[in-house]
Design a binder for this molecule. Structure first.
Ligand SMILES: NC(=O)C1=CN([C@@H]2O[C@H](COP(=O)(O)OP(=O)(O)OC[C@H]3O[C@@H](n4cnc5c(N)ncnc54)[C@H](OP(=O)(O)O)[C@@H]3O)[C@@H](O)[C@H]2O)C=CC1
Ligand SMILES: O=C(CO)COP(=O)(O)O
Length: 328
């Protein structure tokens, strides 16, 4: 794999390739820490800020070329507002690695960032990236996506190293929605495994999950092709098949008749899929988008049905053609 220092073909045009990039990471949770680790490994200068930091946010972002936000969805607006109060040069690139939807506006994190900083480049980073594996320096790949290709290429250089391979994409919305929507499917997948429904059921679930994600994504303006890449199918496979995933753990716990409150209380970190499911179902109802799997996840996490009833409801749906409702 090319290192950040040597650069791939596409990166050789990026001015910053030969110099260390100054990265300020906001959020010292599992993901912020792992991404800071990767950037450091690839030879760049990294500062990390969290609400518990001794240094202030203005101190930590001073002189940064790139500001990465890896906070959970509930922290995005507060972080954006704090940064809006500071004077940040227009060439500074914002990178958002949050996988969620805003409950108030149903916007994605990158839309919130771009609304707040219309003149700055905003790049989405998303892919099959379980942070515990990344912290162990196991090989992984991800996607950085922006309408501003040069900014995306700079971020590609920033995070590329011998254990982390970064691809560029020009569809930030699709890249972001892949990582966000698969969290809902990971809850369903944890239920599927917890109930020991078998390999056939799991394959059917994941295969039907993808067109459901694409339906939502294309309705919102994303490119369908993006969902077949690392940030869509890739992240769906990783998250739905790993007990490391907090969203999978939520589904697994529900299948064992634990309450959502009890599961979340004992969970290590954030499971964005719970909030995402609630926002998605509101959106799908408003926009009339068919989301049958997400609907059952919604009913399950809101205590309206049992895991067994959720499975039964999916199996009893009207019979239909396989590709009837997917206009690719
Ligand atoms: N862990 C993973 O494997 C991956 C996670 N993600 C995504 O990254 C995001 C963060 O996940 P992760 O790091 O695992 O979660 P954690 O629960 O480990 O950390 C949550 C982070 O959010 C910050 N935060 C929460 N509320 C606020 C707030 N009100 N104001 C400021 N900051 C806040 C916390 O800040 P503080 O540090 O100050 O406590 C912390 O950094 C999620 O959207 C997740 O889906 C994406 C890919 C991989
Ligand atoms: O997004 C992730 C992997 O790509 C992490 O998944 P969880 O948030 O479910 O742990």
């Amino acid at each position: 794999m090319p290192s950040a220092q040597s650069g791939s073909q596409v990166n050789q045009n990026v001015a910053s390739v030969s110099q260390p990039i100054h990265l300020s990471t906001i959020g010292a949770g599992a993901w912020g820490t792992a991404l800071a680790h990767v950037a450091q490994r690839s030879g760049h200068q990294v500062r990390l800020w969290s609400r518990r930091s001794a240094k202030t946010l203005p101190e930590v972002i001073e002189g940064a070329n790139v500001i990465l936000s890896a906070v959970s969805m509930k922290g995005v607006r507060s972080v954006v507002e704090q940064l809006q109060g500071l004077s940040i040069p227009k060439e500074v690139i914002f990178v958002t690695a949050t996988k969620g939807l805003d409950p108030l506006t149903q916007k994605t994190p990158s839309q919130i960032w771009q609304d707040a900083f219309p003149d700055h480049p905003v790049v989405v980073l998303s892919g099959p990236n379980l942070s515990k594996e990344i912290m162990q320096d196991l090989p992984a790949a991800t996607v950085v996506a922006s309408r501003n290709v040069e900014a995306a290429e700079t971020v590609q250089v920033l995070f590329s190293c011998d254990t982390f391979r970064v691809y560029v994409n020009t569809d930030p919305l699709g890249t972001e929605l892949g990582g966000t929507l698969k969290n809902v499917m990971a809850i369903a997948s944890g239920v599927c495994d917890g109930l020991k429904l078998g390999t056939n059921a799991k394959a059917a679930l994941l295969t039907r999950a993808l067109p459901e994600m694409i339906r939502v994504g294309t309705h919102l303006g994303a490119d369908p092709e993006t969902f077949f890449g690392l940030s869509g199918l890739g992240d769906l496979l990783a998250t739905c098949d790993s007990p490391l995933s907090r969203n999978y753990q939520v589904g697994y716990g529900l299948s064992q008749d634990r309450t959502l409150e009890d599961i979340l209380e004992h969970l290590e970190g954030t499971a964005e899929g719970v909030n995402t499911t609630n926002v998605l179902i509101k959106l799908a109802k408003q926009e009339d988008i068919a989301v049958p799997i997400s609907n059952q996840v919604y009913r399950l996490i809101n205590g309206k049905i049992t895991p067994q009833q959720a499975v039964q409801a999916l199996m009893e749906r009207d019979l239909k053609a396989e590709f009837d409702d997917l206009d690719l």
